[in-house]
Design a binder for this molecule. Structure first.
Ligand code: NAD
Length: 542
C-alpha cells in the first residue's frame, strides 16, 4: 500500500488554505471560506444560539461551527413545511418534474464543489465521492421522467362492469421526516427526499452531525433548482434529542442508519401508526463461483470491500470463494489491495481515503485485533495509519475467521473483509444466508443464468451478478433495500416514490344500485348475485 503526496484541489470553489492555495502555507490545513460556511449553516432552522464544532477527518482541522436546533425548532420546521406543502401539492406534476431535471444539471455542473465538500467532511477518496452526485443526478432524472407512470390517477375495474367507475388517486402523505447518516452525505441527504417532493410532500430533514455542510449544500442546490425554500427544512442536532420530536410530527419517516436505531424508530412510528422505511445495516456476502473471471472478480472485490473505506451499507465484508479457484483469486485480490494508494488529499490520486471518526477507527481496530487474537491471519493491511491522517486504516483481508470472532457476523462498517473457501455451491449459499442481515449480495460467474439462479436463493434485497453493488444501486428503476434486519420498505423504483403517497380509491356508481331493485326481496337479490358470481368465474373474469 502506498501513500499519495499532497496535490492541488481540482476545484476552485470555496476552499482556502491547504496545498490547493498558492497564497497560503502549503502545509496548512484545508479550510473553507467563512462566507461560504455562513451561507450553508444559515439554512439550518436553529434558535438555541449554541453551535457544534465540525472538523475534517482528513487532518482534524476545524471546518465550521454548526448551529444546533431544539425540539421547538423542530416544531417550527414542521409548521413551515406544512404551510409550504399545502400550496406545493397544487403545483402541476410537470412543473415539479422540471425542477428535478434542473437539479440534475446543477449537480453535474457543480460537481467539483460537491466533491470538495464531501471529501473534506467525510475523508473519503474523491473517486468514491464521485458516486454521490452521479447517484443524485440519476435519481432526479429517473423520477422526473417517470413521474406520470408512478403518480397519475389510474382507472381500475369496478364491481359492475360499465356501471362502477373506479379511480385510484395518489395523495401525498404531507410532511416526510428524513433522518440520514454520514457515510454518503450528499446522496443520503437528498436521494430519498427527491421522490417525496415530486409526490407533493414537504420534507423535514436531520442529516448526521458529522456531515452537515454537504447536506446543507444539497438544500441550497434544491432552491437553485426552483424548489421553494420552506418545502425542505433542515434541523441539526443529536438523533437521540431530535429523533422523537421529528417522528411525533411526521406523516411518514424515512430512516437510513444502523439496525439498532432503526428498531427504535420503528417502535415510535408504530405508536403513531405512521409508515416508515428503514434502510439499515448489512454483513454482505460475495460469492465467487468456480467459473468466475478471476481478474474481473478480484478487481470487483477491491471496489466491493474498500469503496469509501468500507463505510458503505452495501459493501462486502464476507467472501465465499470456490475451492478450485480460491488460491488464484486470493493472489490477485491481495496483489490489487496491496497496490492501493491511500492519502488525505482532495485530488483523484487516492484509491482509498480515511475513516470518518475515532469511533469508526476504534470499531475497525477492535474487530481486527479480536480476529487476530483468536487466530485469524492477515493477508493484506491490518494496521492503522496515523502517518496519513488521524483515522486511516489499511484495506484489510482476513483468512481463518471463525464464528467466535466479532467480525464473523457483526457489521464492521470499515475496510475489512474475511475470506472463506467453499466446496459446494448450496453450502456457500447457506453460509451467505447465515445471520440476521439481508441487504446486498454479489455473485461472480461467467454464466449469467447460473448467477441469477444463485441470486434467487440468496436472502438479500439486492443481488449483483458480476458487480459489487453499483449495478443495482445505480439502476434507479429497481427497488433497493433490505430483507430481515437490514430494513423495511424500499428506496428507488415505483416503491421508492409510492411510499410517500396514500392510495385513495374513488368509485362512482351509475345506473344500477348495489342493492335489491324493483321490489326484489333480499333473498332473491342474494340468489341473483350468487348466480352472477358463478357466471363471472366461469367467464374467467378477475
Ligand atoms: P446511526 O443509526 O447511529 O445514525 C444514523 C442517523 O440516525 C444519524 O442522523 C443519527 O443522528 C440518527 N440517530 C441516532 N440515534 C437516533 C435516535 N435515537 N432517534 C433518531 N435518530 C437517531 O447510524 P451510523 O452508525 O451513524 O451509520 C452507519 C449505519 O448505517 C451502518 O449500520 C450502515 O450499514 C447503515 N447504513 C445503511 C444504509 C442503507 O441504505 N441500508 C446506508 C447507509 C448507512
Amino acid at each position: 500500500m502506498t501513500s499519495s503526496s499532497s496535490s492541488p484541489s481540482p476545484a476552485g470553489g470555496p476552499l482556502v488554505g491547504g496545498p490547493a492555495d498558492p497564497e497560503h502555507d502549503p502545509n496548512a490545513a484545508y479550510a473553507l471560506e467563512p462566507a461560504y460556511v455562513e451561507r450553508l449553516t444559515s439554512r439550518i432552522l436553529a434558535t438555541t444560539g449554541t453551535t457544534k464544532p465540525l472538523t475534517s477527518p482528513l487532518d482534524g482541522a476545524p471546518l465550521a461551527h454548526v448551529p444546533q436546533s431544539s425540539a421547538d425548532d423542530v416544531a417550527e420546521a414542521f409548521a413551515r413545511a406544512r404551510r409550504a406543502q399545502a400550496s406545493w401539492a397544487r403545483v402541476p406534476l410537470d412543473e415539479r418534474a422540471a425542477m428535478l431535471l434542473r437539479l440534475h444539471d446543477i449537480v453535474l455542473d457543480r460537481q467539483d464543489e460537491i466533491l470538495d465538500l464531501v471529501v473534506l467532511e467525510s475523508g473519503k477518496a474523491r473517486k468514491h465521492a464521485f458516486d454521490e452526485p452521479v447517484h443524485i443526478a440519476l435519481t432526479a432524472r429517473y423520477y422526473a421522467r417517470t413521474a406520470h407512470q408512478h403518480l397519475d390517477t389510474r382507472r381500475v375495474k369496478g364491481v359492475v362492469p360499465g356501471l362502477t367507475r373506479v379511480e385510484v388517486n395518489r395523495v401525498p402523505k404531507g410532511v416526510v421526516g428524513i433522518i440520514s447518516p454520514w457515510n454518503y452525505p450528499f446522496t443520503m441527504a437528498l436521494c430519498d427526499g427527491l421522490p417525496a417532493l415530486l409526490a407533493g410532500n414537504a420534507v423535514v430533514t436531520k442529516p448526521d452531525a458529522q456531515t452537515m455542510l454537504t447536506a446543507l449544500l444539497g438544500a441550497r442546490l434544491l432552491e437553485e433548482a426552483g424548489f421553494p425554500a420552506d418545502l425542505w427544512q433542515v434541523v441539526a442536532g443529536a438523533g437521540r434529542e431530535l429523533g422523537t420530536p421529528i417522528i411525533e410530527r411526521s406523516d411518514y419517516v424515512c430512516f437510513t442508519g444502523s439496525t439498532a436505531t432503526g428498531k427504535v424508530i420503528a417502535r415510535q412510528c408504530a405508536e403513531r401508526l405512521i409508515g416508515c422505511s428503514l434502510e439499515l445495516g448489512g454483513k454482505n456476502p460475495m460469492l465467487v463461483l468456480r467459473d468466475a473471471d478471476l481478474e474481473r472478480a478480484a478487481e470487483g472485490a477491491v471496489r466491493a470491500s474498500f469503496s469509501n473505506a468500507g463505510q458503505l451499507c452495501v459493501s462486502m465484508e464476507r467472501m465465499y470463494v470456490a475451492d478450485q479457484v480460491y488460491d488464484r483469486f486470493v493472489e490477485r485480490f491481495v496483489a490489487r489491495t496491496e497496490a492501493m494508494t491511500l492519502g488525505a488529499t482532495l485530488g483523484w490520486e487516492n484509491d482509498m481515503g480515511s475513516l470518518i471518526s475515532q469511533d469508526q477507527l476504534d470499531t475497525v481496530v477492535a474487530h481486527v485485533e479480536d480476529a487476530v487474537a483468536k487466530g485469524a491471519r492477515v493477508l493484506a493491511g491490518g494496521r492503522a495509519r496515523p502517518d496519513l491522517g488521524p483515522y486511516f486504516f489499511e484495506p484489510t483481508i482476513l483468512e481463518g475467521v471463525t464464528p467466535e470472532m466479532t467480525c464473523f457476523g457483526q457489521e464492521t462498517f470499515g475496510p475489512v473483509v474475511s475470506l472463506y473457501r467453499f466446496h459446494d455451491e448450496a453450502d456457500a449459499v447457506a453460509r451467505a444466508n447465515d445471520g440476521e442481515y439481508g441487504l446486498n449480495a454479489s455473485v461472480w460467474t461467467q454464466d449469467g443464468a447460473r448467477g441469477r439462479e444463485v441470486a434467487r436463493a440468496v436472502k438479500c434485497g439486492t443481488v449483483n451478478v458480476n458487480e459489487a453493488f453499483g449495478a443495482t444501486f445505480a439502476s434507479i428503476d429497481s427497488p433497493m433495500g433490505g430483507m430481515r434486519e437490514s430494513g423495511m420498505g424500499r428506496r428507488q423504483g415505483a416503491e421508492g416514490i409510492r411510499r410517500y403517497t396514500e392510495s385513495q380509491s374513488v368509485a362512482t356508481q351509475r345506473g344500477l344500485r348495489l342493492a335489491p331493485v324493483l321490489g326484489m326481496s333480499d333473498e332473491t337479490y342474494a340468489k341473483v348475485m350468487t348466480a352472477n358470481l358463478r357466471l363471472m368465474n366461469k367467464l374467467g373474469r378477475a
